[in-house]
Unconditional design. Structure first.
Length: 509
C-alpha cells in the first residue's frame, strides 16, 4: 500500500503503483489538508468576488466574471474544451503514474478540490481504470492541460478508456469497475489539469529505467574490455581520486569489481600495449558524467513529484488565494533535456566499443566475430543498427526546452516544452538499451572466442545470464531476436541482478 501525503512520494513508489498495481490510499493528514483548502474555495463560490479560475474564465478569458449558477458548467466546459490531445496513447504505466502524481499533488492541500474527487481519482487507480490519453498536445506550461484533461474526462464518465485491451467509452469503463462519474464543482476542473504530472510521470519512469541502464552500461563496458583484452589500469582509484567526480569514482569502482579475478585480463598484463582506446580507457569519465547527471535529475524529480503545481493556490493558513506560475514545466524540461544528453552519450560510446570488437584490425578477434568469415557475415550488421540508433539520438537530443511558442492569445507567452523533452528522453533511453544489447551480444561472442580463459566474477555472471537467453553464434542466423532477448533482460533488470548477485550492488549514480 502506498500512502499519499503530498510530501514523500518516491520514484520507487511510482514504479510500484504504475507498473505493479500496488494499491493507494490518502493519508489522514492529507485528507485533512484537502478539506481545509476546499473550505476556502466554498466561501469564494458563495461570493461575488472575482477569483481566477473559480469565478472567472481561464487564460485570456480571466477578465470575464462567471456568475454563481454557471461555475459548475465552467469547470465541465474546461475539461471538454481542453481535451485536445492527438497521436498514439500513452502507455498504461505512464497514465497510472500521472494519476498517482496528480492525486499526491492534490493531497498537499493547496488546490481547493473536494476530498471526494481526489478519492475518485484514487479509486480509479486501485480499480485499474486506464484512460486513453493521447501523447501529444502539451506545451508544458499552464500544466499538461490537454493530456490531463483526457484523464479528467473519464472521471466525468466522458472520453475513452481501455478495458481488457478494448478501447471503450469512459462511462463504460467506470460502470465495469462500479465507479460513479464525478460532477465537478467550482475550481475542480482546474485543479485536475493545471499541473506538470504528465511530463513528471514520463520522467520518473525514464529515470528509473535509466538507473538500470547506467549499471548495464558498466557491465557492457567491462565485458567489452575483456573481449578486447584491455587493461584495468585506467580504473585505478588513484586516477579518479585526483578528479573526484562522484560518477567517475562510481564507474571506475564498478568496472574493477566486475572484472575482479579475470584470467583474460591477467593473461596479457605484460603485453606491449601501452593504453587502450578512449571508448575503453575513458569509461569512468564518460559514464561517470552521465551518472552525475542522473543524480541531479533525481533531485529535480523528487521535488516535482511532491509539489503543488496548479494555479491559483489556496493558502489554508491565511485564507488567501494566490495566482502564480508553478504549473510552468521549466525545471522538468531542463532536467529531461539533460537526461537525453546523458543517455545519448552512453549509447554513443557503446557503439564505438561495438565497432572495435567487430573490426579484426583492432580487436585481434575473428572478423565480425564469426569463425567462418566470408561465407558468414557474423555480427556485421548489428553495428549498422547501433549506428542508426546513435544517429537518431543525435536528432532527438536537441533540447526541446530551447523552444517556446506563445499560446492563449499571448497570455501564455513562454512555455517549457517539458513533455516533449520527457517523451524524447523515453525514446532515447529505448534506443540506448538496444545499443547496449548489441554491445553485450558482441562482447559475449568475443569472450567465447577467448576460452578457456575465464572472465571476471561479475562479467562471467553477466555472460552466463546472456547465454541463458542467447546461444553462441556458430553459423549465421537472424540477429534481431537475439538483440530483443538481451534488450528484455536489460529492461527487466535480470542482467544487472545476475552481476550484482556475484559482486554486490553496483553504483548507478
Amino acid at each position: 500500500m502506498v500512502v499519499l501525503d503530498g510530501e514523500s512520494l518516491t520514484i520507487g513508489q511510482v514504479v510500484e503503483v504504475s507498473r505493479r498495481f500496488i494499491p493507494v490510499r490518502l493519508s489522514d493528514e492529507g485528507r485533512r489538508k484537502i478539506e481545509a483548502s476546499r473550505a476556502i474555495v466554498e466561501t469564494v463560490l458563495e461570493s461575488e468576488e472575482p477569483v481566477y479560475g473559480i469565478s472567472t474564465g481561464f487564460g485570456e478569458f480571466s477578465k470575464i466574471f462567471i456568475s454563481r449558477d454557471e461555475r459548475e458548467k465552467l469547470q465541465r466546459n474546461l475539461i471538454l474544451s481542453h481535451a485536445a490531445g492527438v497521436g498514439d496513447c500513452l502507455p498504461e504505466a505512464t497514465v497510472r503514474a500521472a494519476m498517482l502524481l496528480r492525486a499526491n499533488s492534490l493531497t498537499k492541500g493547496f488546490s481547493g478540490i473536494r476530498l471526494a474527487t481526489v478519492e475518485k481519482l484514487v479509486e480509479m487507480l486501485n480499480k485499474r481504470i486506464y484512460p486513453a490519453v493521447p501523447s501529444k498536445g502539451s506545451v508544458g506550461a499552464s500544466g499538461d492541460l490537454a493530456p490531463l484533461s483526457h484523464i479528467a474526462l473519464v472521471m466525468m464518465g466522458e472520453g475513452e478508456a481501455f478495458l481488457e485491451g478494448r478501447r471503450v467509452t469512459g462511462a463504460e469503463a467506470l460502470a465495469a469497475a462500479g465507479i460513479m462519474p464525478v460532477t465537478l464543482g467550482g475550481k475542480e476542473g482546474l485543479a485536475l489539469i493545471n499541473g506538470t504530472q504528465i511530463m513528471t510521470a514520463v520522467g520518473a519512469l525514464v529515470w528509473h529505467d535509466a538507473e538500470i541502464l547506467m549499471k548495464t552500461a558498466d557491465i557492457a563496458a567491462a565485458m567489452s574490455l575483456e573481449a578486447l583484452r584491455g587493461t584495468r589500469t585506467a580504473f585505478d582509484p588513484r586516477i579518479s581520486s585526483v578528479r573526484p567526480h562522484q560518477g567517475q569514482l562510481a564507474s571506475a569502482a564498478n568496472i574493477l569489481s566486475l572484472t575482479d579475478g579475470s584470467a583474460i585480463i591477467a593473461s596479457h598484463v605484460h603485453c606491449n600495449k601501452v593504453q587502450d582506446a578512449y571508448s575503453l580507457r575513458c569509461v569512468p569519465q564518460v559514464h561517470g558524467a552521465s551518472k552525475d547527471a542522473l543524480r541531479r535529475i533525481l533531485e529535480v524529480l523528487a521535488v516535482e513529484m511532491n509539489a503543488a503545481t496548479d494555479n491559483p493556490l489556496i493558502m489554508p493558513d491565511t485564507g488567501e488565494i494566490i495566482s502564480g506560475g508553478n504549473f510552468h514545466g521549466q525545471p522538468v524540461a531542463l532536467a529531461m533535456d539533460y537526461l537525453k544528453l546523458a543517455l545519448a552519450e552512453v549509447g554513443s560510446i557503446s557503439e564505438r566499443r561495438i565497432s572495435r570488437m567487430l573490426d579484426n584490425h583492432l580487436s585481434e578477434l575473428p572478423p565480425f566475430l564469426t569463425a567462418y568469415p566470408g561465407i558468414d557475415s557474423g555480427l556485421m550488421i548489428t553495428q549498422y543498427t547501433a549506428a542508426a540508433l546513435v544517429s537518431e539520438n543525435k536528432v532527438l537530443v536537441h533540447p526541446a526546452s530551447a523552444d517556446s511558442i506563445p499560446t492563449s492569445a499571448n497570455q501564455e507567452d513562454h512555455v517549457s516544452m517539458g513533455t516533449i523533452a520527457a517523451r524524447q528522453a523515453r525514446e532515447i533511453l529505448e534506443n540506448v538499451a538496444y545499443v547496449l544489447a548489441i554491445e553485450l551480444l558482441a562482447a559475449a561472442q568475443g569472450i567465447d572466442f577467448l576460452r578457456p580463459l575465464e572472465p571476471g566474477s561479475g562479467t562471467n555472471a553477466a555472460h552466463q545470464c546472456i547465454r541463458r537467453s542467447v546461444p553462441h553464434l556458430e553459423d549465421d542466423r537472424v540477429p534481431a531476436p537475439d538483440i530483443q532477448a538481451i534488450y528484455r533482460i536489460i529492461m527487466d533488470g535480470t542482467l544487472v541482478a545476475a552481476a550484482e548477485q556475484m559482486v554486490g550492488q553496483l553504483a548507478a549514480y
